[in-house]
Design a protein around this ligand. Structure first.
Ligand code: ARG
Length: 567
């Protein structure tokens, strides 16, 4: 939005306000018949002792005479000064910049030299990757992509839930009733069965719980048999997780889970004790947070075992040392709000000023509205089942819409997965997200498939472009109709939207933007013949189409969605 600064400069010649204030007051108009940008004159009324309407009309008269080339017209309307830009100049400036910047359009170097760790996804070993981890995975990945695009050294960390009492129970169950071949074949299903069996049998046989505690103790003491079995459970679980990450195009810089920090918990406890923060309470050790209107943060169980918070504190200290992060993000559900506030407060009380750089990014719930994968029956929905169903349904739609399309399975894969991701990232993250197959897969709603379809449409136009227009110089005066102009203005704000999304940790800013850009382009497409017989016209319209296609596919990419070339 270079124009706001330029308009402010022009206004600065007569309006008695500093440039920065002028810039803050100028905003895009709500409707095209009011021009492009407007400046409200109300603030100046007192100072200039004139009505806003009078000021607007005086300013308009004064500026009209020698306005810069990019301004077409200045009009005073009920206390506002409306600026109409010169469409040809805008088209040249904006498309010219996009073409010149190529792949880097929208990116930035504001993050250069700054590391941001992003703790996300983090499923719990020996359990299926269920939809409870869907949001953190999708949201964390989008934030990762966006921050990277802005030049930050983004470090994706999968803080696997790979330590704790459940492993003592699992090893016990495996020793009693387990069968190696069965688990190797059925993977997590086999482990889940063992876990369920343990709880059932432990109801009548209390000694099993003692055994489980003993196995956990062995793990903690480094017993090789215990650790071998535990490691094997981890490896088995990772097979399923990796399949999912691959489908989602996600790679992590680090898979250091809770277990990695197990030799660092004692030091944390010692440090808390030394800093006089530990208090005994009902046999456990806690940090009292009454002064901060929070319940205590639990550090040690009565049996001396570490807790979730102890591990997170040790992990944060270690990450600060390892990465020297500028910010450290944690993407989890809203229900962990208090928990994160508690242990982050403890870090602050320990005297670390970087506690303020620890940022919890909470999100709302994922709610199913209907269908085979209903949550109403109370069973957990596996992420893989959800993705498979999405792809299966996308394939049916693709078959119906475009039976001759080559590589339909691959396209359905992109569309199905893209629909799930886009739906998840379409609202403020704190809002609960409802999920209905028909809505998320619709090709003409505010959906992933709609944006993908628009991208593919632009692409297919470009594929049909005759070779001989490629060297024709773009005549920007041919891109001044209202549809082209609206599209070009939207292309201009892409970099601002990326920055806004990063600043708020809200990818929806980008997904909503992509829908607006798609809508504007589709209007342009319906109202203009892009592949016109007039070569100059064709060249200009194709240039715009190429810019739209590139921004749409880059925007989708930031969300973690790939765009099929054809649909
Ligand atoms: N494994 C945890 C869970 O499933 C999420 C971990 C979030 N990250 C963290 N550093 N606590 O709830």
């Amino acid at each position: 939005m270079i124009y706001i600064a330029e308009i402010a400069k022009t206004l600065g010649k007569i309006a008695p306000l500093p440039q920065s204030e002028l810039e803050a007051l100028i905003s895009p108009t709500p409707a095209p018949d009011l021009g492009d940008f407007s400046f409200p004159c109300f603030r100046l009324s007192k100072q200039l002792k004139k009505s806003p309407a009078q000021i607007a009309s005086d300013f308009a008269d004064a500026l009209e005479a020698d306005k810069p080339g990019f301004i077409e017209k200045i009009q005073a309307v009920s206390g506002y000064l409306n600026f109409y830009l010169n469409r040809e100049a805008c088209a040249r400036d904006i498309l010219g910049a996009i073409i010149a910047k190529g792949d880097s359009y929208g990116s930035s170097d504001i993050g250069n030299g700054k590391t941001i760790t992003i703790d996300y996804s983090s499923p719990n070993i020996a359990k299926h990757f269920h939809v409870g981890h869907l949001v953190t995975t999708i949201l964390g990945h989008a934030l990762y992509n966006i921050l990277k695009f802005l030049g930050y050294n983004a470090v994706g960390i999968n803080y696997l839930g790979d330590w704790g009492t459940q492993f003592g129970k699992l090893i016990t169950a495996y020793k009693h009733w387990g069968n190696r071949a069965d688990i190797e074949e059925r993977n997590i299903d086999g482990l889940t069965d063992l876990y369920v069996r343990f709880h059932k049998e432990a109801e009548s046989d209390g000694s099993l719980n003692d055994e489980a505690r003993a196995w956990l103790l062995k793990m903690q003491e480094g017993d090789s048999e215990a650790l071998d079995i535990w490691k094997w459970f981890c490896d088995i679980s990772m097979i399923e997780y990796q399949r999912i990450y691959k489908r989602l195009g996600i790679e992590f810089e680090s898979y250091r889970g809770e277990s990695y920090y197990r030799d660092k918990w004692d030091a944390v406890v010692a440090e808390l004790r030394e800093k006089n923060l530990l208090v005994k309470s009902e046999g456990a050790m806690i940090v009292d947070l009454t002064g901060y209107k929070m319940p205590p943060c639990l550090i040690l169980r009565s049996d001396g075992g570490s807790l979730y918070a102890t591990r997170d504190i040790a992990t944060a200290l270690d990450r600060k040392q390892t990465y020297g992060f500028y910010k450290s993000l944690y993407v989890t559900g809203l229900e962990q709000n208090l928990y994160f506030a508690q242990w982050m407060k403890v870090i602050e009380l320990m005297g670390y000023d970087w506690a303020e750089d620890l940022i919890h990014i909470p999100y709302g719930m994922f709610i199913f509205e209907e269908g085979k994968l209903s949550t109403r029956r109370g069973n957990v929905i596996k992420m893989e089942d959800l993705l498979n169903e999405a792809v299966y349904r996308a394939l049916a739609i693709v078959e119906e819409k475009n039976p001759g399309l080559p590589d339909k399975e691959a396209v359905a894969g992109q569309v199905g997965v893209g629909a799930v991701i886009f739906n998840q990232l379409y609202n403020n993250r704190i809002k609960d997200v409802s999920f209905s197959w028909d809505r998320i897969l619709s090709f003409d709603g505010e959906t992933g498939p709609y944006v993908q379809y628009t991208t593919a449409r632009a692409n297919s136009v470009l594929e049909k472009t005759p070779d001989d227009i490629k060297d024709i110089e773009i005549d920007y005066s041919l891109l001044c109709d209202e549809y082209a102009y609206e599209t070009i203005k939207l292309l201009d704000v892409f970099p601002d939207r990326v920055l806004e999304a990063a600043g708020k940790y809200e990818p929806y800013v980008i997904s909503r933007y992509l829908v607006s850009l798609s809508q504007a382009f589709n209007k342009f497409y319906h109202n203009n013949t892009i592949l016109s017989g007039d070569k100059k016209l064709c060249a200009a319209r194709c240039a715009l189409t190429r810019c739209v296609r590139d921004v749409l596919s880059r925007g989708l990419g930031l969300l973690g969605i790939s765009a099929p070339e054809k649909m």
